[in-house]
Design a protein around this ligand. Structure first.
Ligand SMILES: [Zn+2]
Length: 177
């Protein structure tokens, strides 16, 4: 729940920056994350919309005392359909299962990014068009229903980026840093 509180703060901070957007560095961060369409009023409105829905999910989680969250051991392979290496999965109905291993290993800040990623799935309907590595490169995505991340990333369009959980979560981290 600490990660949920941290994520709420981060998304609120990111949204307040998008509301003003008087800092060219913030605009640059958005363009780096989503491409030049982020600088248009329509593009910016779409990004805000996804972040606002994500924030509603985080606030719901807080008000529910985390009742929609679960912790499981993915690495054991006992959780069918969930890759052993997944950090967390959104299973619908606002429910998110976190990997026990990840929760023990990661710090609050990266768990907050994972929480934001999952809540963007659950409450803003984002997909995994690709994952982002630490340097922001697009890596492969899941084979639907499969166990491995062995599918080529989808096309790096603005529409996909704004609908991509990792880009939303990473943009929140950068804007709130
Ligand atoms: Zn995801």
């Amino acid at each position: 729940m600490q990660a949920c509180d941290a994520a709420i703060q981060k998304v609120q901070t990111a949204l307040s920056k998008l509301d003003k957007l008087n800092n060219p560095a913030d605009m640059q961060k958005l363009i780096e994350q989503f491409g030049p369409s982020a600088a248009t009023p329509e593009g910016l409105a779409k990004i805000k919309n996804v972040m606002e829905s994500t924030l509603r999910g985080l606030e719901y989680t807080k008000s529910a005392g985390g009742a929609n969250l679960d912790l499981q051991d993915f690495a054991s392979g006992a959780t069918s359909g969930i890759p052993a290496t997944a950090a967390a999965v959104s299973i619908g109905g606002g429910k998110v299962i976190f990997s026990k291993d990840e929760v023990q290993r990661k710090d609050i800040s990266s768990l907050a990014e994972t929480m934001t990623h999952e809540m963007s799935h659950a409450f803003a309907g984002t997909k995994d068009h690709w994952y982002l590595d630490g340097r922001g490169n697009h890596t492969s995505t899941y084979r639907p229903g499969g166990q491995e991340r062995d599918v080529a990333p989808n096309a790096p369009t603005f529409a996909n980026a704004v609908d991509n959980a990792d880009d939303i979560a990473r943009a929140v981290s950068k804007l709130s840093a």
